[in-house]
Every structure is written in C-alpha cells, then in structure tokens.
Write a protein that binds this ligand. Structure first.
Ligand code: F6P
Length: 546
C-alpha cells in the first residue's frame, strides 16, 4: 500500500483542526466532565497498567490519532517488520530484533530461512559459557576462576548492557564484579579496571562491526593491561577475551579465537541488540534462566504489539500520544521518570533508542520532512528529579509530556520507603495535571504579592506505567514497549528508524584530525579557522604540560 505524505493524510488535517478546538481544554475540565475518565483511559496488557487519562486528549483526539495510524499503513509496516522485509531501506536490511526473543520452535523467516534456530543456538552457547564462568569451571590463564567481567563496547553495545546490569542488579551474582568501558577517554578504562586482578578478569569485546574506534582502542588497551599483568604471555588472550560481533574476520584479526565469539546478525540494529549476544554480560550477571525470563517479557510485548487492536495496543498508544504533543503542541522533549532506583540508566538507554532511531530530517524516500520528527528523550529516577528539574516541568514555559514508570513492589522492602516513593509518583502526576488554582492558593492565606509564584497552572500531561515489580521479564516488557513505540512514531513520520547516518561525519572527521594531533611536526591544517586554532592550541597546551 502506498502511503500519502503525512500532510496529505486526511487525519492530519483533521487533527490540526481538532487541536485548535481542544488545545485550551484543561485536564480539570476533562476530569470533571467524566467521573470515570481515570478508569476509562487505561489499558492493561502483559502485566502493565497504562494510565493515559492525564493527557490533553478527548475521545475524538484518540479516534483521530488512531485514524492517522491506520492511514499511515501501520498494520502493513508491523507485518513487514515481523515478516523480515528489508524495512531499513537506506541500509537494505531487515529489522528482526523480534526474532531475538522468539521462543524455541517459533518460525521467523529471513530470506526464506527460519532464523529462530540460529538465535537459540547462540543463546545456548551463551548459556553454556555463562554457566562455566559463573560456576568457576572456566579458568583464567593461571588457573584462577573469573571474578570480574568487563564489557567493552559503545552505543548499543554498551548502553543496553549497562542499563540491564543496573536494572537487574538484584538478580546478579554478587560475588562477581561487572564493569563497563565505553568512552575512548582513558579515564573510563583506568577506572573500570581499577583494583581488578588480570588473572581473574574476563573482557567481553562487544561490537557489531568490530571496527568502532572507541571500542577497538579500549580493546587494545585491555589486551596490553592483561598481558602486562600476566607477564606478556599472549596465550592468555584465549582465556580472558571473548567477542560479541557480526564480524568474525575482524575478531580473528584482533587475536580472539572465533570459538570464543558469540555472533549476531545484520538484521539486529545496535540499539536493538541488548537481548542478542550483546547481552552476554547481562547473562553472566543474572544467569541464563533470568535472561530467558527477560526474553519472555520482550516476546509478550512483541505479541501484544503484533496482535492487539490499535486502541488497546500499548506501544501504539504511547507513540500516538508522543506524536500528538510533538507535532500538534510543539513539545520538543519527553521526560522519562522511573520511580525505581535500579532503572537509573534507563533514560540514558532510551536516548539512543529513541533519538538515534527517529532523529531524521528526511523520509525513507529521501524527501525533506516539513514536520518535526523525534523529540528529545531525557530523564532521571523520580524523587531525585523532583528536587532538581521538576520545577521547570511544573511551572516553566515549556510543555513536557512525562512518562512515569513505577512498580508496586520493591526488591528492597525497607520500612515505609516504597509507600513514600509511590505517593510521590501519584502526587506528581496529580500536581502536574490539576495544579493549584488562585482560589486554592488564596485560601491558604498566601499574600497577594506571592500569589503568582505559588500558582500551578496544571494541564501538564503524563502517562503512568504501573507494574508489579522490576523483574527480568518486566524489564524486557518495558524495553520492547519503547522499541515498538519508536517504530510506530517513525512509521507515522515515514522515516527510517533503523539507520544512523548522522553519526558518520563526526567519526570521519575525527579520523582525519587524530594524525594532526599526534604528528611530531606542525601539520598543514586545512580546516576552518576555528578548528585550526583549536588544534594548534591543543598541541601547544599538551607540549607545555608536566
Ligand atoms: O554510534 C553509532 C553506532 O553505530 C551505534 O548505532 C552503535 O550502537 C554503536 O555505534 C556501536 O557500534 P558497534 O557495535 O559496531 O561497535
């Protein structure tokens, strides 16, 4: 089905007109008019209670947004993704991260081949390796067991593993240490190995391409660190380095035995790969059974996304609401606010997932878009954020739709903490939506001069996602939810959510500048005057150092 450009879809014009009609409606009015709104605008699926009632929408808004989804050919796109079509058109690749969590025995075809058995073969290999390391059967070069694991990777080969490790720390093998190195800043490496014993350390070099500058630099530094700790015996590499990659040739070139390589496929995008072999550090930390439970959580949402009618489809609803604020209210950001300390790296993880996916200014066909695409995602764990940036969300001049993520049960039930934490979630969404009127502020005896400062306009939208507990399965569900929401948004905007050409230019320029910084003789510089001057100043400063 050929889909018309966004501004030519009937729902687009209807939504524009509708927005003019409803944009001044206040959530106070909407709730007053419908005593059941808070129970009606709720969807429960896969153990997630999704309350979207505190959004600036009417029933008509949702009907029009759903019409927009249909006119955008969303069902066809979902089917195409699950069918293994090459929907990443600029890279001519299929997008099959859903196959990474398909149960054994399922069938997902790519180029006529069922990829699920291959996926499970890698999972089995990961499980076997994890068991050996965790049990101490896998020995380091000097015969000691592995007690520390350092994942070296960047972007999708780091953010997912770090986030998942932090999120599932409660399930992790606490007698082992897990560290993560991503930055080419040597401090990252130095701090990651600080206090570690090379004899007991395993490095996982995680890189889809195995050519990424930061990762390969860190991997070489790791090899030097290991060998200098093990008296230069290069036979040690085999026991202390494994690789996760799609590029066996480069892995072998680095010196890692490809028997110690865990593969994945070019139909897995970097930012969609935490549940592939890129999750090896996660599996080492939480064990194969918990990893399998995480995959089941992912799969449950995949099935929900694939089969649920759009009006009860969590990722679809989340995406449509994001489009509503992004394209009609002109909101530039979305705040993600997990009220769960273990999810402290979740917003950072989502930044790559959302912004590398949907930060595009041309459609998949290469036409300039004349509407805004991917909003900026940001956030911090709740409660802490309240004492920092929430001021701006409550009383600033910008509209910031928020996703509140909360869990009924904590892994650390101490005293009254959990009730207090959850009270804050509910209080914040209530305060944002309903604010505090002049009448209310006056009734508290506030002097007139202070009134404007103490008013809360309200009408600040939010979603609340309430789950039972942050289990491995729940983490899988949350990630899949956002993955598919990103895809739905990209579908409406007709962009390729699976390429990332925008990261290339900086990489290429850095390659050109490195020798200019390193050369002994002053180099001929042919950049702009600012870049030339900065390079010269850096060269001078580093020469003048201690
Ligand atoms: O920064 C761009 C990027 O290609 C990301 O998409 C990717 O996750 C990251 O670099 C790391 O790539 P690789 O896994 O190939 O090292």
């Amino acid at each position: 089905m050929s889909v018309p450009a966004l501004h030519l879809r009937p729902a687009w014009a209807l939504l524009k007109r509708h927005h003019q009609k409803v944009r001044r409606l206040h959530l106070r009015q909407l709730f007053a008019k419908d005593g059941k709104r808070g129970e009606r605008l709720v969807v429960e699926a896969a153990g997630i209670y999704f309350d979207y009632s505190k959004n600036r929408i009417t029933d008509e808004t949702m009907e029009l947004l759903l019409q927009l989804a249909r006119e955008s050919g969303l069902q066809d796109r979902i089917d195409a993704m699950f069918r293994g079509d090459r929907i990443n058109t600029s890279e001519k690749r299929a997008v099959l991260h859903v196959a990474l969590r398909a149960p054994r025995g399922a069938s997902i075809l790519f180029d006529g081949q069922n990829v699920v058995p291959e996926v499970h073969a890698v999972l089995d290999k990961m499980a076997e390796f994890s068991q050996r390391v965790r049990s101490g059967a896998w020995k380091g070069h000097t015969g000691k067991r592995i007690r520390s694991v350092v994942n070296i990777g960047i972007g999708g080969s780091d953010l997912g593993p770090v986030m998942a490790y932090e999120a599932l720390k409660h399930y992790a093998e606490r007698s082992m240490t897990f560290r993560f190195v991503s930055n080419v800043d040597a401090t990252d490496f130095a701090e990651a190995v600080h206090g570690l014993d090379p004899e007991e350390t395993l490095f996982i070099v995680s890189s889809k391409t195995f050519t990424t500058l930061e990762t390969m630099t860190n991997a070489h530094t790791a090899r030097d660190w290991l060998l200098s700790g093990l008296k230069g015996d290069s036979a040690a590499i085999a026991k202390h380095f494994v690789a996760v990659s799609t590029n066996a040739q480069e892995v072998a070139k680095f010196g890692i035995d490809t028997a110690n390589m865990f593969g994945f496929w070019d139909w897995v995008g970097g930012r969609y790969s935490m549940d592939s072999a890129i999750g090896l550090s996660t599996m080492l930390a939480i064990g194969p059974d918990n990893f399998a439970a995480m995959l089941e959580g992912f799969h449950e949402i995949d099935e929900h996304f694939r089969t649920a009618p759009f009006e009860r489809n969590l990722p679809v609803l989340m995406a449509l609401l994001a489009v509503w604020y992004n394209n009609f209210f002109g909101a530039q950001t979305v705040a993600v606010l997990p009220y769960e300390q273990y999810l402290k790296r979740f917003p950072a993880y989502l930044q790559q997932l959302t912004m590398e996916s949907n930060g595009k200014h041309v459609t998949a066909d290469g036409a300039d878009v004349n509407y805004d695409t991917g909003p900026i995602y940001w956030g911090e764990p709740g409660a802490n954020g309240q004492h920092s940036f929430y001021q701006l969300i409550h009383q600033g001049t910008r509209l910031i739709p928020c996703d509140f993520i909360a869990f009924a049960r904590t892994a650390n039930p101490l005293g009254r903490h959990q009730d207090m934490l959850l009270a804050n979630v509910f209080a914040q969404t209530e305060a944002l939506a309903f604010g505090k009127t002049e009448k209310q502020v006056k009734a508290e005896g506030t002097p007139d001069w202070l009134l404007p400062h103490r008013l809360f306009e309200g009408n600040r939208p939010s979603n609340t996602l309430l789950l039972e507990a942050l289990t491995p399965a729940a983490l899988g569900k949350l990630v899949a939810l956002y993955e598919h929401s990103v895809f739905v948004q990209g579908t409406i905007w007709q962009i390729d959510s699976f390429d990332q050409w925008g990261v290339e230019l900086g990489k290429a320029l850095a390659q050109r500048i490195i020798p200019e910084l390193e050369s002994a003789a002053d180099p001929e510089l042919e950049h702009d005057s600012s870049t030339n001057a900065l390079i010269r100043r850096y060269r001078k400063l580093k020469r003048s150092g201690p």
